[in-house]
Design a binder for this molecule. Structure first.
Ligand SMILES: Nc1ncnc2c1ncn2[C@@H]1O[C@H](COP(=O)(O)OP(=O)(O)OP(=O)(O)O)[C@@H](O)[C@H]1O
Length: 777
């Protein structure tokens, strides 16, 4: 039914504002909306594939008839009102399912993408023609197509295996090692297999146990591991004392403590400077073989970070500590300084295979070059289209220029995709084809499916989250397993609404993210501190946050507290009694008590706007803007917070929600569910994984591609945009059976525009109405 009672008024879904749907949905969950006929509380269904409606258990035909009658009456009344209005143009009547409209208010049908050209089965001789070890593998159910087999058997000299997404590179790498050991009789001691993660190394060794002819005698001495683990063994061998585990800076907090210590020397406020980002930058410099002396800062933020780098390195070496980057740098230096040792390792590393080659960095490439100069038996496996770690120092140019570095290299392209069906692969191909710096190739799927990938159009972040939760819940109720679903997002904080909606549902979820909850972010903490102090002028914790936003030093907190005790006044009033500050600041502080009283009476959304414009937050954000943080802007956080605030009527209920969500988030991180759950993760985390059903949120300009890439493009660099396109491609190619991409109409309170990647996808596809089976899903 389309109409129901809410707060003693008749409301109709087809005439109310689209922005109100989410509030109605939340109200229906609290049983505040009732059936217009029998007054039973109704639930609002707000899913992906059908327009929203109200329904309740035990709903009768009579309930539906009354609802329809009332809906018609409301329409007539509205039409009459429209005719009466001659001077002012009242909004026209809206139809809830008017799909052709561009209006933000209307419901829009999801848009399935049907691939052009259509799927055609390829003739492939992989099953019938197999002989020798390939046949033995086939008998074990380990199929290898012709290109895969070529990669397996090309063992001498440099080889570049360009392995498209889902084309079986893990299978190739493991089969190749097995082939060399079993069929060619190589010793495991002359082979090394490098993986990107320790997990991948473990999985490979596990898989190899099933290979025919491979025994513990082969597998035990075979080195399979990450660059770090392999190089660390070399370092230990060379100087066990210097590289003792106890000197390793394992945890981030250890490194943070050092840069913070250095930061104090140049008066960097602990709560104001992004020390975590500075550490990422330092690591980037180290992996690019840039010593502190070689760094040329481009702005004030880099200048400060370069200082931290210099001091960090000094402290680290004085204390004889080392970090993970030093393991690579240490190996590089060791091999340079000791030619005898290098010669021995060149022999030991006779056959070197490297997985995820698109993500190697400069120092790794230099070491590889040193180790393989003599034999040249290097097998690099990777996909230039999946290089997504440039912020950590990865450089896709190494895979792109492999054949220049190794002129005799052979190249095998694996372009058969065994993971996803045709329409998913075709859509992903259409996205990645627009990148300029890549090897030209097109993945081909092995199968086709009636479930077309599709775009859907929620109103905003909140509705997007509700729709996904609704859709997944329904699919699980119909028998799908929670572990078969994954929802991807570009950045952790863009998933705030999604995480909250899942937390509120009873669905099992696993959160694969780094970092703190949205409400613990620096700018958000500051904003919340204003609100907390408005309700409780004695809130000590909030005061600590507030002083930063008011450009006061942390030490003033004690002074303010002391004044509040001696002058018997609140912390806010104590702020006005501070001494020794410049007149403009004293004036600003003097106005605060009145402003905080005004703030307390406001609704959350209004309050945030007031804090921004009247209480100094704007100035603070502007200053933060100078800190050189390209990826995360404080002003974006404020806009994100406004989207949450809009849903609450009072500061108290808004702050209670924040507290509840923060606690739930922490609990979830500390106690992940034991059984397979719905996976919520960043696209970066999804790399290398596959799921039957994938949802990707926020496919709008500024979301994916991220704002920073669009800024870079305006400044003349398209590299970040190309990396964003690769992220989109990685996300899409994780899906085995179904793929849903969300294109919200609003983002951060403003109209959003569909991602250029989505437009690329649409240009080369036909759209068609949803199949009946999908409508029901
Ligand atoms: N020749 C083949 N025949 C049938 N299935 C295959 C074949 N090769 C690989 N597969 C299957 O295809 C899927 C994808 O393989 P795999 O995970 O090795 O891909 P990948 O290249 O590592 O993917 P990505 O780079 O996207 O992470 C796996 O389920 C694998 O078992």
């Amino acid at each position: 039914m389309q109409v129901a009672y809410y707060q003693d008024k008749l409301i109709a879904l087809h005439t109310c504002e689209r922005s109100e749907w989410q509030q109605l949905y939340m109200a229906s969950k609290r049983d505040e909306i009732t059936c217009p006929h029998c007054h039973t509380p109704v639930r609002m269904e707000l899913g992906i594939t059908a327009p929203p409606l109200f329904s309740h258990t035990g709903q009768t035909e009579e309930c539906e008839n009354v609802a329809q009658l009332l809906a018609r009456k409301q329409d007539e009344q509205q039409r009459a009102a429209e005719q009466e209005s001659t001077t002012i143009q009242l909004p026209k009547r809206r139809s809830i399912s008017d799909s052709g409209s561009s209006s933000l208010s209307r419901w829009k049908e999801p848009e399935p993408l049907k691939a052009v050209p259509p799927f055609s089965v390829r003739s492939n001789d992989k099953d019938t023609m197999a002989s020798g070890y390939r046949h033995t593998l086939l008998e074990q159910g380990i199929l290898l197509d012709d290109q895969q087999w070529t990669a397996v058997t090309t063992t001498e000299g440099p080889l570049l295996v360009l392995a498209g997404a889902g084309s079986g590179k893990t299978r190739v790498l493991t089969a190749r090692a097995a082939y060399m050991l079993v069929e060619l009789g190589h010793s495991p001691k002359e082979m090394i297999l490098v993986t990107f993660t320790a997990k991948a190394a473990k999985e490979m060794k596990e898989r190899m146990k099933q290979y025919p002819g491979l025994t513990a005698k082969h597998l035990q001495p075979l080195v399979v591991g990450t660059f770090h683990s392999i190089f660390y063994k070399m370092l230990l061998h060379a100087d066990a004392e210097r590289w003792n585990q106890t000197n390793l800076l394992k945890a981030d907090w250890q490194k943070q403590a050092m840069v913070k210590e250095a930061g104090r020397e140049i008066n960097l406020e602990e709560k104001e400077f992004a020390f975590d980002q500075a550490l990422t930058q330092i690591s980037w410099w180290k992996n690019h073989l840039l010593s502190p002396e070689q760094v040329t800062p481009r702005d004030q933020w880099e200048e400060r970070t370069a200082y931290l780098y210099r001091r960090y390195e000094q402290m680290r070496s004085q204390r004889k500590w080392f970090d993970f980057d030093d393991m690579l740098l240490g190996t590089y230096e060791l091999l340079h300084e000791q030619p005898g040792l290098l010669a021995r390792y060149q022999e030991r590393f006779s056959y070197l295979s490297i997985d995820e080659f698109q993500d190697i960095n400069k120092v790794q490439m230099e070491i590889i070059s040193l180790l393989t100069t003599a034999t040249q038996h290097i097998c690099a496996v990777g996909d230039d289209d999946q290089s997504i770690y440039s912020f950590r120092g990865s450089d896709p140019s190494y895979i792109l220029t492999f054949q220049e570095r190794f002129p005799h290299a052979k190249r095998v392209v694996l372009d058969e995709n065994y993971r996803s069906h045709h329409h998913i692969i075709a859509a992903a191909n259409n996205v990645i084809a627009a990148n300029r710096k890549r090897f030209s190739k097109r993945l081909r799927a092995q199968s086709v499916d009636e479930h077309l990938p599709y775009l859907f159009f929620p109103y905003d972040e909140e509705e997007e989250a509700t729709m996904i939760v609704t859709d997944i819940r329904k699919r699980i109720e119909r028998g799908e397993k929670p572990g078969d679903f994954a929802v991807f997002f570009r950045t952790h904080h863009s998933a705030r609404a999604l995480i909250e909606r899942f937390i509120e549902s009873s669905l099992p979820i696993q959160l694969e993210v780094d970092g703190e909850s949205f409400y613990r972010r620096k700018t958000i903490r500051k904003l919340l501190a204003y609100l907390q102090l408005a309700l409780d002028p004695e809130h000590g914790e909030a005061l600590r946050e507030l002083v930063g936003a008011l450009f006061l030093k942390q030490e003033t907190v004690q002074e303010i507290k002391a004044i509040s005790i001696t002058a018997d006044c609140t912390l806010i009033e104590a702020l006005t009694k501070l001494k020794g500050l410049p007149p403009f600041q004293l004036k600003k502080l003097a106005s605060l008590p009145d402003k905080f009283s005004m703030l307390a009476a406001k609704q959350p959304l209004e309050a945030i706007t007031y804090i921004e414009s009247e209480m100094g937050l704007d100035d603070y954000l502007k200053k933060q803007g100078n800190e050189g943080n390209k990826m995360e802007r404080g002003s974006d956080d404020v806009r994100d917070l406004k989207v949450v605030a809009k849903q609450f009527q009072s500061l108290a209920s808004f702050l209670a929600h924040v507290e509840h969500m923060t606690a739930k988030y922490e609990a979830l991180r500390q106690h992940p569910p034991a059984s397979p759950a719905i996976q919520l993760m960043t696209v970066h985390r999804a790399k290398g994984l596959e799921f039957p059903h994938v949802y990707l949120i926020g496919a709008v300009e500024g979301g994916l591609p991220h704002d920073y890439a669009l800024d870079a493009l305006r400044e003349g660099s398209d590299q970040p945009l190309e990396e964003e396109r690769r992220l989109m491609y990685v996300a899409m190619t994780r899906a085995k059976q179904s793929l849903a991409i969300s294109v919200p109409m609003m983002r951060r309170g403003k109209q959003a525009f569909r991602s250029r990647f989505v437009r690329d996808m649409q240009r080369l596809a036909t759209t068609q109405p949803l199949a009946v089976s999908e409508r029901r899903s």
